[in-house]
Design a protein around this ligand. Structure first.
Ligand SMILES: NC(=O)c1ccc[n+]([C@@H]2O[C@H](COP(=O)([O-])OP(=O)(O)OC[C@H]3O[C@@H](n4cnc5c(N)ncnc54)[C@H](OP(=O)(O)O)[C@@H]3O)[C@@H](O)[C@H]2O)c1
Length: 258
């Protein structure tokens, strides 16, 4: 089918899954996807936050379904995919957004804490892609967007676990692009700069010099706002991005250009 004009950006009739859907960027992304026409499956562990995200989606007239699941648990994600397909019958978009950080120096971080970041940010994405891509392959269409970071492409002190995880996630996406391209499924990564959310609010407050340095290195001269991410997310989620796959799209005010 040939789409024209703004139809290429419409998500009408589609179903999007958002992991970490109750969090700062996840709930905002879910709302943006709903405003573009998609029904939403919100996946996460914190019911209160997921309920709040679902209430926001209700205001758009789209449907929201909540699935309580832990991305680092393979069985939990298999159940989540089954519940999502039961609820809406199809999956078109996966926003693989759940993630954690641990801002400790390499010499200080305990091996189990390092591994936990990898378990959620990389192995969790692996479990999530594995289960949710199957219904996409079955229908020959899908859009997978991984939530990377400027640290998918750059290093930073005291962020070794997060850097390793977000670089791993981006290259997991590139590998999946090769595996699923023939099935009509694209896989891309969003490389977001710092956006103040629950993930980093305390770090931004207690380490102002670090964040001022990031702003100084950013051509557009500021940190990100949640809204800054939504254009790129909607593009990668829509039919408009049909020939874009395996990429990391940095939404960072130019930080990684230098
Ligand atoms: N904020 C930034 O500056 C920034 C920049 C670049 C990339 N990112 C990435 O953006 C994503 C969202 O972060 P955010 O800033 O919105 O932080 P946030 O508000 O803390 O949200 C993170 C979400 O991840 C979910 N999550 C964590 N562990 C999970 C698990 N094991 N299973 C299921 N869900 C889990 C949490 O859900 P529950 O509470 O329900 O468990 C939470 O809703 C993360 O991947 C983060 O690395 C953030």
């Amino acid at each position: 089918m040939t789409l024209s004009g703004l139809q290429r950006f419409s998500l009408d009739g589609q179903v999007a899954v958002v992991t970490g859907g109750g969090g700062g960027l996840g709930s905002a992304g879910a709302l943006a996807l709903a405003e573009a026409g998609a029904d939403i499956v919100l996946v996460g562990r914190n019911r209160t936050k997921l309920d709040a995200a679902a209430a926001a989606i209700d205001t758009t007239g789209r449907r929201a379904c909540i699935v309580e699941a832990d991305v680092s648990d393979a069985t939990s994600m298999e159940d989540a995919a089954a519940q999502a397909v039961d609820a809406f019958g199809r999956i078109d978009i996966l926003f693989n957004n759940a993630g954690i950080t641990n801002p400790q120096a390499l010499l200080d971080i305990a091996p189990e804490d390092f591994r936990q970041v990898l378990d959620v940010n990389v192995v969790g994405a692996f479990h999530t892609i594995r289960t949710f891509v199957r219904p996409m392959i079955g229908r020959g269409y899908g859009r997978i967007i991984n939530m990377g970071s400027i640290l998918s492409g750059r290093g930073m002190a005291n962020r070794a676990a997060y850097c390793a995880s977000k670089a791993g996630l981006a290259n997991l996406g590139a590998a999946c692009a090769f595996e699923f391209g023939a099935d009509g499924v694209t896989v891309n990564t969003l490389g977001a700069t710092v956006i103040v959310t629950d993930l980093n609010r305390e770090l931004v407050r207690t380490q102002p010099a670090l964040y001022e340095q990031i702003v100084r290195r950013t051509p557009l001269g500021r940190l990100g706002e949640t809204e800054d991410l939504m254009g790129a997310l909607l593009f990668l989620a829509s039919p408009a991005s049909a020939f874009v796959t395996g990429q990391t799209v940095f939404v960072d005010g130019g930080y990684t250009a230098g």
